[in-house]
Design a protein around this ligand. Structure first.
Ligand code: UDP
Ligand code: MG
Length: 148
């Protein structure tokens, strides 16, 4: 089953949005496979965002991610990478549709509350980086009520 890496950024934690965000993924029907609250250091944040290292906003982005604890999660389900990105909304909250997490809870692109993997392959890499210890092994007994 497909998995994605979702991270509630420091602003999401500080603003008390953890429960709201987890609730949206849960209520959709996806399964929580990994969950932890942690602070990351600069080197780790730079590794997570390595693909963006040449961007002008890179240093500010790294500073933002290390500014407080984040909630790192692995969610599982059919199409969870693409659907997770839809639940999150467009990168710039000014363009995120209402009803999405960024559309409902953010204003500035540099404080957009949440990260979600953009492809199955990047999800695999990010899950390996954030959860080297592995994730929980369980399957929801609700599966037959969610999948036909
Ligand atoms: N970002 C930014 N300024 C920009 C573009 C991106 O501060 O002009 C930040 C923003 O927090 C975004 C993150 O960098 O979520 C990663 O950028 P990406 O293009 O991967 O967007 P995402 O996949 O998070 O939607
Ligand atoms: Mg991205």
């Amino acid at each position: 089953m497909e998995q994605t890496f979702i991270m509630i950024k420091p602003d999401g934690v500080q603003r008390g949005l953890v429960g709201e965000i987890i609730g949206r993924f849960e209520k959709k029907g996806f399964s929580l496979k990994g969950l932890k609250l942690l602070n990351v250091d600069q080197a780790f944040a730079e590794k997570h965002y390595a693909d963006l290292s040449s961007k002008p906003f890179f240093n500010g982005l790294v500073e933002y991610i290390v500014s407080g604890p984040v909630v790192a999660m692995v969610w599982e389900g059919k199409g969870v990478v693409a659907t997770g990105r839809k639940i999150i909304g467009a990168t710039n909250p000014a363009e995120s549709a209402p009803g999405t997490i960024r559309g409902d809870f953010a204003i500035d692109i540099g404080r957009n509350v949440i990260h979600g993997s953009d492809a199955v392959e990047s999800a695999r890499k990010e899950i390996g980086l954030w959860f080297p210890e592995g994730v929980a092994n369980w399957s929801s007994s609700l599966s037959p009520w969610i999948y036909e």
